[in-house]
Write a protein that binds this ligand. Sequence first.
Ligand code: ZN
Length: 205
Amino acid sequence: MGLLDKTNPWATRESVIRQAILWGAIAAGVYVATCLWQPALRPYWAALLLAATAFGAGIGALMEWQLDDGPDKPNEEDWREALDAAGPGIDLDEDRTAWDQAWRAMPHRRLESSPGIEVGREFIDHFGDLMSVTISLDPPENSERAWRESESCPVCGEPTAGSERLPASLHPNFASGLSYGIGVWVHRTCFENCRDTSEPAPIPW
Ligand SMILES: [Zn+2]
């Protein structure tokens, strides 16, 4: 193996240049810091700074050329290309907008009394009292994605299995402003008996 053989299969012209610039900058930074401590070096700082930068850049380029550290992290452009290759119809922004609209448009109601299921006692200690709890239905096309730990209705506390129930999200709102969504099942009649909030439903994640 020669000193300058390319042994990193992931190295490209761009990645070598990138590493050279990075390590050149690091070497220059270290050199400037050294000069501040060593006044004797100051008269030659310009020439030595160039030398230090070139030395760092050379080391950086050589490391990238020879050390097999796997591919660099994909950048935004690579992601787009990968998405395009995965097939048409996958557009992150468009997907996101449709997702947001679907959730916002769902019925959103307020629980009149404290919820029939546990909404996270540990959170109350950290984020203040539970101020209110609202509940919104999940868009049918997205309801499969949500995780529902409890099968108890958050309104009445009774089990929902075997009865007419709807996929929904429960939103506890704490005094500190914290709020989050919990996937739940709610009895259809229980949901319909709650009063409308006249606010758009929150969007989960
Ligand atoms: Zn119920």
